[in-house]
Every structure is written in structure tokens, then in C-alpha cells.
Design a protein around this ligand. Structure first.
Ligand code: AMP
Length: 620
């Protein structure tokens, strides 16, 4: 097919707003396409140069495109820029200037889809010195041979947005349309659909023959669409799917199986507001900690490891530490599994908030940041193991499998989990997780399959309510400390246990374990001060739900900032019926010259908690 014909189709589609009409035109286009070109047409319609996970980008930014338009049409870059400001779309600018070209190229040829597509792929492979000039030259050459309409789309392709208004669902509907006649050759299916229609008819309206036929086709197409989407969910490459359909028709879909290296569309979580409703909905369930980091889909094939994001982008290069750990800790030759990666403070083993973890999503200084903020990967599902599709097996079996496939090691571990049908147990687990810096919990139906690309109450999340940073800092008294691990061994102190003052009982009640915010000087100072007053047994007037390595008598007060105050099953400040209060993500600011009895009181903590308008167990 010539590129000009494709440009005509794109132009028609762009000017239609009815999805139904769009589907008809796209179906016609896909029908016309030859086997060798269908993949290219699909990718171009998606605004990409290959499946998402391969991430080919022509690498022509707006600046270079403007330069190309100026060069090919004989105008200044300033003029092109000005026009872009007016029209807001480089495609339209390209069309406009192609119509009033000041110079005609010496060589001009009829463009085929193959030629245009391959030229952009070639551009994506160019890098290093001189690559910009080569790209510019190739881009201008394409423009030289293009009609105004073609020029519009040639300028839009490198921008990754053809502005057709047709997303993946529309493309899949259009593909489905073309396989209707093959589908209804299957007599069993025809009978099934007709039975469905009869049932409807019995329920009421009599329909004309034409209407009935329409409805029959609609139902049949919907079924084909499900067949296509089911494949797309486990093999996210619509180009490859369309090519298989061209080659073998609907039965070709069976050739597209789960393949390490091609991402599976992720399952999604529903939400419910309380633990009780979760149990009512799915009964006894696996409840896991909800980590707030990156969702990673890991594909291992021998020594080759590929990592995909939630959006199926290839992120392999960003996580050399995880790649190494997968090779060391994951048994099995061919495995696809999922987990959440989170930055963890190596010394205190505290989880970092998302704002820290996000720093690992970068293209430069990868190794440096990997040392600064090491990640842990908490594995929560497995989809494929040594040739077997595990997606269809019940979750409880998948959980056992993933636990057995992980060799103990420093970086990869299964998510923390409990198995329960008791809402109170879920609430306690929820609070423990929120207090340790996590986001909440996800309950999982033990019977459910892995539902790719959709949410169906197989996962239910319960998140803490987001309240933002506490405006005030608090002053807490140190009641104990922990020995240092890792780099902090040299200081003899890794973190401190702190308490709020309860003026009613004149005692110090634990509220937070703090290992963050301390400089080396502060650590040294803490050690010097605390080692002099350390005690083996819990001092009088101290009440704590946590046992430190060493107790200290209440003497030193420190200022602390935290993200918020949460309810806590472990700490004893404000404890009532087994629930106290805790500081979430506490960070030490400095020493305070205060008497311990002058530190923030439990009463004030409760007031601050209420001011947050907070009941921790709430959906976000
Ligand atoms: P949300 O993004 O709030 O809809 O929650 C679902 C997301 O939570 C998933 O996409 C994962 O990235 C993340 N997550 C964190 N911990 C878990 C877990 N234990 N199981 C499943 N997903 C988790």
C-alpha cells in the first residue's frame, strides 16, 4: 500500500468523531493491508514504531522537526516556529508549508508504507556523533517526497501521536470486524448466540429480521473482540496479533502464548472501605502489605532478565541491582513474576517514602543512586514458570510457588502476608503496615486466577488516608536505642526508641522508632550521651510496646518531624483497647534543650491526630 493511501485513511479517521464509523473505516484499512505491512499499519495507528515494550523512538524532538520542516520547504526556522505557535500542531504546520514549498527536491519518489516506517526505525537506531544530522537528512528526504497530507503524518509520527482518536480498544474492535465470517462458520457458536437472542425475544420485543441480524453480528463481534483482547492481555503486541490473524485467521491467535520477554498486562485492584466488607466479599483471604514503590514485572529466561513497568515499558537498564539479585535468588529457568520495588534504608531497615524511591527511576547516574538508595523487591505474584502458565491456577497455589522459587537473599523476598477471615486481624495488620511506612494492605482472593488487564475483586486494596505532612514537629524523649547495623556499626547506634509524655500518669509511652535524619555527628553525640545512661532493664516510668537493644532513662529530648500520626497496634502512647498512636516516617531534626517532662504529651498527640481529621483505617 502506498503511504498516500494510508494518509487518506488517517485523514478520514481524524475527521470522524463516531467510534462506530471509525471502526468501520479502520476495519476496511486493515482488510486491505497485506500481511507484510499490517504490523506497520497497526503500530503507526497506535503512534508507535514497535510494541511498547521495545520502545523504539525516532529521537526527533520538536526542535529537530521544526528544522526539518524549514529545510525541506525552504523557510526559516523562525517562520516555522511562529506557525507552530499559531496552529499548535507540527502536523498542521508541515501540511501548510508542504502546500507552499519554496523549493522542489531533485529526487522525489512515491512513498510506500514500508519505506516510511523503516526510515523512522532506522532513525531510532542512530546514536552518537553526527546522528542528529543524519536524522534530519532522512526526515527531510521523506518530506521532499511527500504530498501535503502525507507530510502532516510524517511530522506527527516521531511525536508519537497521530491524533487519530482511536485507542487500542477501537483497533481491536476493528480487527474483530474482519473475522466475523470466519467466526460464524462455527455452527456451535452460531447456535449459542441465537439461543441468547431467542431468550431476549421471549422476554419482550419482537424485532425485524434486519435488527435481529444486526444484533447477532454485534454479539459475535463482541466475542471475537474478547478472543483478541485475551491474547493481547498475555502478549501485549497488537502488531503481532494482527499479523497472526492475517496469516492464519482466528486460529492463529493460539500461536500467541505467554512468552518471556513480552509483557503481560497487569491485574488491577478494586477498593473497599473496610476490612469487614472485604471478608464479606471474598471470605478467608490472603492479606498482604501494600508497598508504595514501583510495580515491576520481571521476565527471566536463563541469565537474561528483562524488567517491565506497570505500563509495560522496558525498564531493564534502570535496575542493575535487581537484575543481579534475580539471577542469584530466583530459581527456575523461565519465569515471569511481579513485585513492588521499594527503597529501604539499609542500616535501619526502614522503608523510604515514595518520594525517595522515585529517584531510582532515572536514565543517568543509575549506579550511583543504586548505592545511595538500594531497593528491595517484594514479590507478590507469579504468572509463568518453566513452560507452564500459572495465571490460571488459584492464587493460593501461586503464592506457595512464588515463596518456594525465591532463595533467601538480601534483596528479593515475598510480600509480608497473613491468611485470615477475621476483620480485626486485618485491621491490626493494616495498622502495623501503615505505621512501618507502608501504604496499607491488599487482600487477595485465594481462589482467583491472575486476571490480566482487568479488576474483578480478586485483589482489594485498603489504603491509609492521605493527610500530608504534619505541620508541627514534635518533641519526644529517648527511652532506648538500637545497635547499628551495616555502616552504622562503627557508631554503635542505629536508631532510637522514643516516647511521648503522659502527664496523667507521669510516664513515658513509646511512640516511634527513629533511624532517619541523623548525621554522623548526631549519631556520635547520641552514642556518647546514651551509652553513659544505658540500662539493662526497662526504667521506671517507661512503657513501651517495643524492646530496644538498650534502655535509657528518660533524659534526652529530640525534635522530630513526621508525615502524620497514625493509630498503632505496637506503640503505647494513648493506648486504649490495644491501639495507641505512632509517628509515620519520623525524622530526627535536632536535640532539644528540654526536660523530658516538657516533651509533647500524649494528650497533645491525640489532639494533633484529631486535627488531621483522621481515622487511619480509611480508603484513600
Ligand atoms: P493502586 O495503584 O492503588 O490501585 O494499587 C495497586 C498497586 O499496588 C499495584 O499495581 C502495585 O504496584 C502495588 N502493590 C503494592 N504492594 C502490593 C501487593 N502486595 N500486591 C499487589 N500489588 C501491590
Amino acid at each position: 500500500m502506498d503511504f498516500s493511501e494510508l494518509a487518506d485513511y488517517f485523514d478520514k479517521i481524524e475527521n470522524i468523531s463516531s467510534r462506530l464509523e471509525m471502526t468501520v473505516i479502520l476495519a476496511e484499512l486493515f482488510e486491505k493491508a497485506k500481511k507484510e505491512e499490517i504490523k506497520h499499519i497497526i503500530y503507526l495507528s497506535q503512534g508507535i514504531l514497535g510494541p511498547n515494550h521495545i520502545a523504539l523512538e525516532a529521537g526527533l524532538g520538536e526542535g529537530l522537526i521544526e528544522q526539518g520542516l524549514a529545510k525541506a520547504n525552504g523557510y526559516s526556522k523562525e517562520e516555522i516556529k511562529k506557525s507552530y505557535k499559531e496552529l499548535g500542531d507540527l502536523g498542521l504546520v508541515s501540511e501548510k508549508y508542504s502546500k507552499k514549498k519554496k523549493q522542489q527536491a531533485l529526487f522525489s519518489e512515491k512513498l510506500s508504507i514500508k519505506k516510511v516506517f523503516e526510515n523512522f526505525v532506522k532513525m531510532s537506531n542512530l546514536e552518537g556523533k553526527g546522528s542528529q544530522e543524519s536524522k534530519l537528512k532522512m526526515f527531510a528526504e521523506l518530506l521532499n517526497s511527500a504530498s501535503p497530507k502525507e507530510a502532516k503524518y510524517i511530522a506527527r509520527i516521531p511525536l508519537g501521536n497521530l491524533r487519530l482518536g482511536a485507542g487500542d480498544p477501537t483497533l481491536m474492535d476493528s480487527l474483530a470486524t474482519n473475522y466475523l465470517s470466519e467466526f460464524i462458520k462455527n455452527k456451535k457458536i452460531v447456535k449459542e448466540i441465537e439461543a441468547e437472542l431467542k431468550e431476549k425475544k421471549a422476554g419482550g420485543t419482537r424485532k425485524s429480521e434486519e435488527k435481529r441480524k444486526e444484533e447477532f453480528e454485534r454479539k459475535a463481534k463482541a466475542r471475537i473482540r474478547v478472543m483478541i483482547e485475551t491474547r493481547f492481555n498475555i502478549h501485549s503486541d497488537l502488531g503481532a496479533i494482527a499479523e497472526k490473524l492475517k496469516e492464519k485467521g482466528l486460529k492463529g491467535l493460539n500461536d500467541l502464548q505467554i512468552t518471556p520477554g513480552t509483557p503481560i498486562r497487569p491485574t488491577l485492584a478494586e477498593r473497599l472501605p473496610t476490612a469487614k466488607e472485604i471478608i464479606e466479599k471474598i471470605g478467608k483471604c490472603v492479606v498482604e502489605a501494600k508497598y508504595d514503590g514501583f510495580r515491576l514485572q520481571v521476565h527471566k529466561k536463563g541469565n537474561e532478565v528483562t524488567i517491565f513497568s506497570r505500563q509495560s515499558e522496558n525498564m531493564t537498564d534502570m535496575f542493575p541491582d535487581i537484575i543481579k539479585a534475580v539471577r542469584e535468588q530466583i530459581k527456575g529457568n523461565e519465569v515471569i513474576f511481579e513485585g513492588e520495588a521499594l527503597a529501604v534504608n539499609e542500616i535501619t531497615q526502614e522503608y523510604f517514602p515514595f518520594q525517595v524511591t522515585i529517584q531510582r527511576r532515572r536514565k543517568y547516574d543509575i549506579e550511583k543512586k543504586a548505592i545511595e538508595f538500594p531497593l528491595k523487591l517484594f514479590v507478590f505474584d507469579i504468572m509463568f514458570f518453566n513452560g507452564t502458565n500459572w495465571m490460571e491456577k488459584p492464587f493460593i497455589e501461586r503464592r506457595k510457588k512464588l515463596e518456594s522459587m525465591i532463595t533467601k537473599g538480601p534483596l528479593i523476598e515475598p510480600t509480608k502476608s497473613i491468611f485470615t477471615e477475621n476483620p480485626e486481624e486485618i485491621e491490626k495488620f493494616f495498622l502495623e503496615n501503615v505505621e512501618s511506612g507502608l501504604e496499607g494492605i491488599i487482600a487477595k482472593d485465594p481462589k482467583a486466577e491472575y486476571i490480566a488487564g482487568a479488576r474483578k475483586y480478586s485483589w482489594i486494596k485498603l489504603k491509609r488516608s492521605y493527610k500530608g505532612e504534619l505541620n508541627d514537629s514534635v518533641d519526644v524523649t529517648i527511652i532506648g536505642y538500637f545497635e547499628g547495623k551495616g555502616k552504622r556499626t562503627q557508631f554503635g547506634i542505629g536508631g532510637v526508641l522514643t516516647a511521648a509524655y503522659d502527664s496523667e500518669t507521669d510516664s513515658f509511652k513509646s511512640i516511634a522508632k527513629i533511624g532517619t535524619g541523623m548525621t554522623e555527628e548526631i549519631l556520635k553525640e547520641l552514642e556518647a550521651k546514651l551509652s553513659k545512661i544505658k540500662e539493662k532493664n526497662k526504667p521506671a516510668r517507661v512503657e513501651s510496646g517495643i524492646e530496644p537493644d538498650f534502655w535509657v532513662k528518660p533524659e534526652y529530648v529530640i525534635e522530630v518531624r513526621a508525615d502524620e500520626i497514625t493509630k498503632s497496634p505496637t506503640h503505647l502512647a494513648g493506648n486504649e483497647n490495644g491501639q495507641g498512636y505512632a509517628l509515620r516516617f519520623p525524622r530526627m531534626i535536632k536535640f532539644r534543650e528540654k526536660k523530658p517532662e516538657e516533651s509533647t504529651t500524649v494528650k497533645e498527640i491525640i489532639q494533633m491526630f484529631e486535627k488531621q481529621g483522621n481515622v487511619a483505617l480509611k480508603d484513600a
